[in-house]
Write a new protein. Sequence first.
Length: 81
Amino acid sequence: MGHPQIRAVTFVGYGTHSQVDAAMGPRRTGEQAPVRVVFASSRPGMQLLTTVIPSVALLWQQTAATGANLLRRVRKDIAFR
């Protein structure tokens, strides 16, 4: 049957590497729920860097509402029009 698996999303300080927030749940539920929990901890003036966003529009709206800035890393072949 294997070992139980969880999905963990963490919010870590870039310079200090301190853990600001974390959310965990069953692996089968996906990333959207824990991402919402973790990004709710963002505050005005924070610079957030992410590589994976399950729902870009939702996260952008949630982050803008907190006053934090969101930077998303993308593939080099993406063209913005």
